[in-house]
Each structure stands twice: as structure tokens, then as C-alpha cells.
Design a protein around this ligand. Structure first.
Ligand code: HEM
Ligand code: HEM
Length: 304
């Protein structure tokens, strides 16, 4: 099992590398992909967007998924949601995945020429199938409609916590304090440039309410997916944790509840932490990895 997993990671890295080194001719690959796809499956013109910019965007988005597969397990539920959007919103069918697979492999062969050797072909085939099978795991049950495309499922590791904390309003008040601090924190504030504080407070609250066993009104993606392009280190997460701790103290929360909240918060860390900028995954072209250097003379905040 271990060996299998190792092999699979190696293939995922090969696929990622082949996209990275190919960066500047992705447009040629995109053109070749659609030329092949529509020649073999003209009916797919009906499903795919009808202008060149949107077609390219779809292609880049698709490649970004393959680039991000090193930690496929971490973003599995997002890929499932992606699958659901495909079946419910875009009108994709299972057969279309074979059409896309064939066109992608043929276009890689044409554009990469001799660089597309047996090893790389094998890696692409396996990685494509891995992703496609997770996406089809999002195949809707009978009766599901576009309207009910599920929001991210959030697993609660401490079901009774919401009631003990005092409900949604308390969670909201703590997040207001937290983001007031984060938007002024000398190192972390730069992640939040251009972001609307009140929106983040609301979304974070919806998310944590669900994670504490309350109703799930969260409409966003999983934290791993949302922060995919941000170079977030364990040190930065600890700084945020101190701010969260202080916010709870200021709100008069008991030590026992503070510990339980922080445990739930920490359960989301593994999906966020990156060891190097190479682990950042971009969702679309034009987006950049967000890397914030520690300011000179920086002092981390202290717990109260
Ligand atoms: C493993 C295979 C595939 C991957 C990784 C993939 C990935 C993506 C991604 C990331 C997006 C961006 C929008 C979103 O996040 O919902 C997207 C959009 C889209 N995909 Fe796919 N896709 C795959 C296969 C397919 C297939 C089989 C079809 C149907 C023939 C399809 C049709 C579309 C359409 C119509 C859009 C919306 C484009 C737009 O309106 O801008 N995709 N795809
Ligand atoms: C140092 C650590 C962190 C930083 C710098 C950070 C930064 C950010 C930023 C910049 C956004 C806005 C994204 C956008 O609008 O595109 C965001 C959204 C969000 N973050 Fe974090 N985050 C951190 C840790 C966490 C943790 C630990 C969690 C979960 C417990 C979390 C949950 C969320 C949620 C739920 C959203 C809203 C997503 C949405 O817009 O749908 N974050 N974060």
C-alpha cells in the first residue's frame, strides 16, 4: 500500500512538472486540445463555452487541477464538488471524460513530441483517471437539482461545542475581534489586502458554526482549496492562533472551551500548511502565489 501511494505521488509530480516546464506554451497546448476534441467530438461544442477566452480559461482551470494533485487527498472534497458542478451545471456525462482524456493525451503527444515518453504518458493516464474518478464520485443522486448543489461538507470534530459556546452570535463576536487584529497584524495583514473584513467575519462564522456541529450555511470551498495559492507556514498559523486565543479571552470564554475551539481550528491546518512556495497551487492564470516575507524586526504577539 505504501509503495503504491509512493508510486502515485511520483506520477503526480511528473504530471505537475510537465505542466510547469511547459508553462509558456500552454496556449499552443490549449489550441491543440480543442482542435482535437472538437474534430473527434463536434457535439461537445454545445457544452463547452463558445468564445476563445472562456475556452482557454476552462483549459487553464483544468490544468491547475492536475498541477495541484500532489496532495489530492487534501482537496478531495473540492474535486468532488467540481464533479458535481460538471454533472449538474455544465451538462457533462461520464462518456465525455473519455473524450477529454483522449484529446488531452493526443494533444500532449503532438505538442510535447519526444518529451512525451512512455513514462510521462503512463503518469498522465493514471493521474487523469484518479481525478476523473473523484469527480464522478460527485455524481448526483436521483432528485438532486442544480439548486441543491451541496455546499462544502464540513466534518465536525466536536459536535456539542456550538451550544456550549453560546451559539452563533458568540462565534461571530469572536471573529470580529479576530479579524480586527489580523487586518492590523504587521505580518499577516498583507494576506488580506483588498479583502472585505465583514465578508470574512461572516464566512468564517458560517464555516466554524458548521465545524462546531451547527447548521451548515457555508457557501465557500474547503479551507485547503481557498488557501491553495497562499504560502502559509506553521509559524503564521501560530500567530493567527494567538490572535484567536486573545479574542476568546477578551470575550470572556472559559479555558476549557478555548482549548476545544483551538483543537477544531487546528484540525484544518494540515490542508493549509506549505513547506515551500512550490506547493502553492494557482486556480487560474493571472493569479499569483501569495508569499509574504516576515517584516524586519517583527515581534510575534503574546497570549494574554
Ligand atoms: C478530469 C477532467 C476535468 C477537470 C479536471 C475539469 C476541470 C474544470 C475546472 C477547474 C473548471 C472551472 C470551473 C469550476 O471550477 O467549476 C471547469 C469548467 C468547465 N468544464 Fe471541466 N474539467 C474536466 C472535465 C470536463 C468534461 C468531461 C466536460 C464536459 C464535456 C467539462 C466541461 C466544462 C465546462 C462546460 C466548464 C465551464 C466553462 C465555463 O463556462 O467557463 N469538463 N472544468
Ligand atoms: C495564517 C493563516 C491564514 C491566513 C493568512 C488566511 C488568509 C485568508 C484569506 C486571505 C482569505 C480570503 C480569500 C479570498 O477571498 O480569496 C481567507 C478566507 C477564508 N479562510 Fe483563511 N487564512 C488563514 C487560516 C485559516 C484557517 C486556519 C481557517 C479554518 C479554520 C481558515 C478559513 C477560511 C475561510 C472559511 C475563508 C472564507 C473562504 C471563502 O471566501 O469562501 N483560514 N483566509
Amino acid at each position: 500500500m505504501r509503495l503504491l501511494q509512493h508510486m502515485s505521488i511520483e506520477k503526480r509530480l511528473l504530471v505537475r512538472l510537465s505542466i510547469q516546464i511547459h508553462g509558456d506554451s500552454i496556449n499552443a497546448l490549449s489550441d491543440e486540445f480543442y482542435r482535437t476534441l472538437f474534430q473527434r467530438n463536434p457535439e461537445l461544442r454545445e457544452i463547452m463555452p463558445d468564445d476563445a477566452v472562456a475556452l482557454n480559461k476552462k483549459f487553464f482551470n483544468m490544468l491547475a487541477v492536475f498541477k495541484g494533485v500532489k496532495h489530492l487527498e487534501k482537496i478531495e472534497s473540492s474535486i468532488k464538488q467540481l464533479g458535481k458542478r460538471h454533472f449538474l451545471k455544465y451538462g457533462a456525462k461520464m462518456d465525455h471524460f473519455d473524450d477529454i482524456r483522449t484529446a488531452l493525451l493526443l494533444s500532449l503527444e503532438t505538442v510535447l513530441a519526444s518529451k512525451f515518453d512512455d513514462r510521462l504518458r503512463d503518469a498522465w493516464e493514471i493521474v487523469f483517471d484518479e481525478v476523473a474518478s473523484i469527480m464522478s464520485g460527485g455524481l448526483p443522486d436521483e432528485g438532486l437539482s442544480e439548486k441543491s448543489i451541496p455546499i462544502t461538507s464540513i466534518t465536525s470534530s466536536d459536535n456539542g461545542l456550538l451550544a456550549e459556546i453560546g451559539g452563533r452570535d458568540v462565534v461571530y463576536a469572536i471573529h470580529q475581534r479576530l479579524y480586527d487584529v489580523l487586518f492590523d497584524e504587521p505580518w499577516l495583514e498583507r494576506f488580506f489586502y483588498g479583502k472585505e473584513k465583514s465578508v470574512l467575519v461572516r464566512k468564517q462564522t458560517e464555516f466554524m458554526v458548521a465545524a462546531f456541529g451547527g447548521e451548515n450555511h457555508y457557501q465557500g470551498d474547503t479551507p485547503a482549496f481557498v488557501h491553495m495559492h497562499m504560502m502559509i507556514t506553521e509559524e503564521q498559523l501560530s500567530i493567527r492562533e494567538t490572535a484567536l486565543y486573545n479574542a476568546m479571552k477578551d470575550e470572556g470564554m472559559s479555558d476549557d472551551l478555548i482549548v476545544r475551539w483551538l483543537q477544531v481550528d487546528r484540525s484544518f491546518w494540515p490542508g493549509l500548511i506549505k513547506q515551500s512556495v512550490n506547493e502553492c497551487v494557482l486556480k487560474c492564470t493571472g493569479q499569483r502565489a501569495i508569499v509574504i516575507e516576515k517584516p524586519l524586526g517583527y515581534h510575534a504577539p503574546k497570549k494574554r
